[in-house]
Design a protein around this ligand. Structure first.
Ligand code: SF4
Ligand code: SF4
Length: 372
C-alpha cells in the first residue's frame, strides 16, 4: 500500500523494513551487541539486531543482560552514538604532495554512502539536531558534515523503557521523538510495531512494504509505551540550570567534584553532542607528502586550552566546570539550546560514576552557611 507523510501503520516485525532499506541501496547502521555493550555497526539483516537483550545502567556501571527473547528493542543507548559516523573521530582533511613548483593540495574525499540509521532513540535525534547547529549552521558550515547529513535517513525507535541513567524527559528530548525522523517504530506491548511516516523519503521506503493502517487505539497504545518509559525515569535535571550554573561559578561543589574527577575525557567522548576537535599535521620521512587530520579532542585534556604561555584551564576543577557550564548554560547563548539531551551516557561511562544531574542539583541546593 502507498504510504504518506504523517500517516501511521502497523507491521509485525522490523525485518521487512531492514530488507526494504537494503533493497533501496542504503548502508544500514543499527544497534548490535559488541564488546559487552550495544554498539552501532553495519547490519545486513534484521537478524543482526540484539533481539532479546536488555541493559542495566547506573553511575559508572553498564551491563548487557538477557531479557525477553521476543522483544527487539528492550535496551537503551550504549556508549556510542551516530556522532561517530556524522563527525568521525579521525578524519583526513587534506593532503599535500611536493611537486617541482611547490605542493599539490588535494582535499580528502568523503566516501560516505547513502546511509540509514536504524533504531535511533529520541535523545539521539535531539543530539544530532544539536550537532546540526554546530556543523551545518550556514555561517561556518562544515561541508563534509552537511553532505553526510543530507545522505542520511533516520529510522527511529521510540523507547519502551528507560535506564536508571536516562533523564531525557526532564530535558524535553524524549522518550518519544516527535520529529526529526523519516520513519519511527514503536514496539507495542502486545507485539508488532506501530510505524510513523515522517518524510517523503520514509514514505518511499514504506510504500514497498505490506502495511496495515493503524487505528486510534493502536496510536494510544504506542503513546502508552513512551509514557511508561518516561514514568520509569528517576533522574531529572534541575530547572533553570543555565542560570544556576552561571550564578555559582565559585560554588564549593566544583572543588568536591574535581577531587573525584580523573579528567579522563570519557564523558566527552561518549556524549553525542560534544564536538571539540584538534587538528594535526603529519608528514612522511622524505618531507614530500603531508596530511592534515582532524581528531576528536576534549575540554578535559590539559592541552586543549593551551595557548601561548600555557593552558588556560590548568586544574581539573576548571576543566570540569568548563564542560558542565558549557553543556548546560553557555550552550544556550551560543546555539540557542541546551547542549545536553539527557541520554545519561556520561553517567554510565564515567569510571568514578560522576552524575551530571547530581552535580547540578548540589549546586542548585541552598548552601549550608552554618558549616554544620
Ligand atoms: S552531557 Fe551526558 S547526559 Fe547530556 S547529552 Fe552529553 S552524555 Fe548525554
Ligand atoms: S567526569 Fe568522569 S568521565 Fe568525565 S572526565 Fe571526569 S572522571 Fe572522566
Amino acid at each position: 500500500m502507498p504510504a504518506a507523510v504523517g500517516e501511521r501503520y502497523l507491521i509485525e516485525s522490523p525485518e521487512p523494513l531492514v530488507g526494504a532499506l537494503l533493497l533501496a541501496g542504503y548502508r544500514v547502521i543499527g544497534p548490535q551487541a559488541g564488546d559487552g555493550a550495544i554498539v552501532y555497526d553495519e547490519i545486513e539483516a534484521a537478524g543482526a539486531l540484539p533481539r532479546g537483550l536488555t541493559d542495566e545502567q547506573s553511575g559508572g556501571h553498564y551491563r548487557l543482560k538477557d531479557g525477553d527473547p521476543d522483544r527487539w528493542f528492550d535496551y537503551v543507548v550504549g556508549p556510542q552514538s551516530i556522532k561517530k559516523y556524522l563527525f568521525p573521530a579521525h578524519q583526513k582533511l587534506w593532503s599535500a604532495t611536493r611537486t617541482p613548483d611547490g605542493f599539490d593540495i588535494s582535499p580528502a574525499g568523503d566516501d560516505y554512502p547513502k546511509t540509514a540509521f536504524f533504531g535511533m532513540r529520541a535523545c539521539e535525534i535531539a543530539a544530532m539536531e544539536i550537532q546540526d547547529k554546530v556543523f551545518d549552521n550556514g555561517q561556518f558550515a562544515d561541508s563534509g558534515y552537511g553532505r553526510r547529513r543530507a545522505n542520511s535517513l533516520i529510522v527511529a525507535v521510540q523507547c519502551a523503557r528507560s535506564a536508571e541513567t536516562c533523564f531525557c524527559a526532564s530535558m524535553n528530548t524524549g522518550p518519544r521523538a516527535q520529529s526529526g525522523f523519516d520513519i519511527a517504530l514503536t514496539e507495542l506491548d502486545e507485539g508488532g510495531f506501530l510505524v510513523e511516516c515522517g518524510s517523503e523519503a520514509g514514505a518511499s521506503i514504506l510504500g514497498g512494504l505490506d502495511l496495515a493502517g493503524a487505528l486510534d487505539g493502536d496510536w494510544e497504545a504506542a503513546l502508552d509505551v513512551t509514557r511508561n518509559a518516561a514514568a520509569m525515569q528517576t533522574r531529572r535535571m534541575v530547572g533553570n540550570v543555565a542560570e544556576v550554573l552561571r550564578e555559582h561559578l565559585d560554588h564549593p561543589r566544583w572543588d568536591e567534584v574535581a577531587d573525584r574527577c580523573l579528567s579522563c575525557a570519557n564523558c566527552t567522548l561518549a556524549c553525542p553532542t560534544c564536538f571539540c576537535s584538534d587538528v594535526e599535521d603529519v608528514t612522511d620521512l622524505s618531507g614530500d607528502h603531508a596530511e592534515r587530520w582532524r581528531t576528536w579532542d576534549s575540554c578535559f585534556s590539559l592541552d586543549f586550552s593551551y595557548i601561548h604561555g600555557g593552558a588556560v584551564r590548568p586544574s581539573t576543577k576548571s576543566r570540569y566546570r568548563q564542560w558542565m557550564t558549557h553543556k548546560l548554560s553557555s550552550w544556550h547563548d551560543q546555539f540557542g539550546s541546551s547542549g545536553c539531551v539527557g541520554c545519561g551516557r556520561c553517567i554510565a561511562w564515567c569510571p568514578v560514576g560522576i552524575d551530571i544531574t547530581e552535580e547540578a542539583a548540589a549546586i542548585a541546593a541552598p548552601l549550608d552557611v552554618t558549616g554544620e
